[in-house]
Design a protein around this ligand. Structure first.
Ligand SMILES: O=C(O)CCC(=O)C(=O)O
Ligand SMILES: [Fe+2]
Length: 365
């Protein structure tokens, strides 16, 4: 049917559905599972012990209060948690329903976006980038630039309203997470935002749809939804319908990131690797398809302004190695990553400082 991508055979290099949990918990931010808005350590101001809401209205539930608070504090935190989950759950399913409706539209209603290029603000397509994929991937997608301006197909009718609200809420959450990550690097909470000028940030929403495919990951030549890659932005929030498929590379093994209802996965992107001078790595992940059920995911990606030049925070570039990455304009990085075949984390090589050259130079001087 028109919603099915062309059949494509891609070898799945390893098929690992771990029976055991990983030997040790994931490091702090390779992939962080955030149940709606529960934060392990929400940013706090002195004298404000339990803020139920952040400045931009995102409900924040303090896990420490939930675990260690007295009875009154705990019951208040549980009430906030209930409200936060209901609220976010509603917007998450509205977003997924709107994307689902779009994928089901007849092709002529999406045609104007189907020839779009990687830097066009709205793009509907199959695979990753059919101009360079070679073999196509078993995936339909819609990509919308959502901030500073929301670009959105006119159909389905409700999409624009849902996408606007969803983009604003996830952007607030992503900025909060950025502040927490900054602190976790030993920097002031606002340092990354200041370095990347996130006051004028950039955001993309993506809807992914992977129709069921009889030749799935258990087969030698099963179809792949999206091959191994890291995301080009700073941070990605992702949630899935109830169908398994997202895998994350951790300690050399592919681990299944099982969908947790009402939860976002937080995925560190390449700009976080650059700005943190390699302290936090862009997470390698991929999407497998299911034999029997359609899989869907919704992605909200935060990046710096397209004209920002992203460079490591100098405080993190300590001698003798110094800078791991040279500066790159985010627009150029994104275009490079999106215009070429997805090649794991190959795009980062564009900006990686070549160590052997440095070593040779040091040795010969
Ligand atoms: O569908 C998924 O779980 C992964 C999607 C993804 O990695 C992406 O859109 O960048
Ligand atoms: Fe991704």
């Amino acid at each position: 049917s028109s919603t099915e991508p062309l059949y494509n055979v891609q070898r799945v290099d390893q098929q690992i559905k771990p029976r055991q949990p990983p030997a040790r918990p994931p490091q702090i931010f390779p992939l962080l599972c955030l149940h709606c808005t529960i934060m392990a350590s929400p940013p706090r101001s002195p004298g404000q012990p339990n803020r139920p809401c952040s400045e931009d209205g995102i409900p924040v539930v303090d896990l420490a209060v939930l675990v260690n608070g007295d009875a009154r504090e705990r019951s208040q935190a549980v009430r906030h948690l209930g409200r936060a989950c209901q609220d976010w759950g509603f917007f998450m399913s509205a977003m997924m329903d709107a994307c689902k409706e779009l994928f089901g539209l007849p092709p002529e209603q999406k045609a104007e976006f189907m020839d779009a290029g990687p830097m066009d603000p709205v793009r509907v397509g199959t695979g990753f980038n059919s101009a360079v994929d070679g073999a196509r991937y078993w995936r339909d997608y819609v990509k919308m630039f959502a901030h500073p301006e929301l670009h959105c197909p006119a159909k389905p009718d409700g999409l624009r309203g849902v996408a606007a609200e969803y983009a604003a809420r996830t952007r607030g959450l992503l900025l909060e997470l950025t502040a927490a990550i900054s602190e976790s690097l030993g920097l002031p909470a606002g340092r990354i935002a200041e370095r990347l000028d996130l006051g004028s940030c950039f955001q993309i929403l993506v809807g992914n749809h992977y129709p069921p495919c009889a030749a799935g990951p258990d087969d030698d030549d099963g179809a792949v939804g999206l091959p191994a890659h890291s995301d080009h932005g700073l941070l990605t929030l992702l949630f899935q319908n109830g169908v398994d498929g997202l895998q994350v590379k951790h300690d050399g093994r592919w681990l299944l990131a099982k969908p947790i209802p009402g939860s976002f996965f937080v995925i560190a992107g390449d700009q976080l690797e650059i700005v943190s001078n390699g302290r936090y790595k862009g997470v390698l992940h991929r999407a497998l398809v299911d034999r029997a059920q359609a899989r869907m995911s919704c992605v909200s990606l935060l990046g710096p302004c397209l004209d920002a030049v992203v460079k490591p925070v100098p405080e993190l570039a300590v001698p003798p190695l110094g800078l791991e990455f040279r500066g790159v304009k985010y627009r150029d990085y994104m275009e490079h990553q999106q215009s070429n075949k997805l090649n794991e984390k190959g795009a980062l090589d564009l900006v990686r400082v070549q160590r052997h050259i440095l070593t040779d130079t040091l040795c010969s001087s």
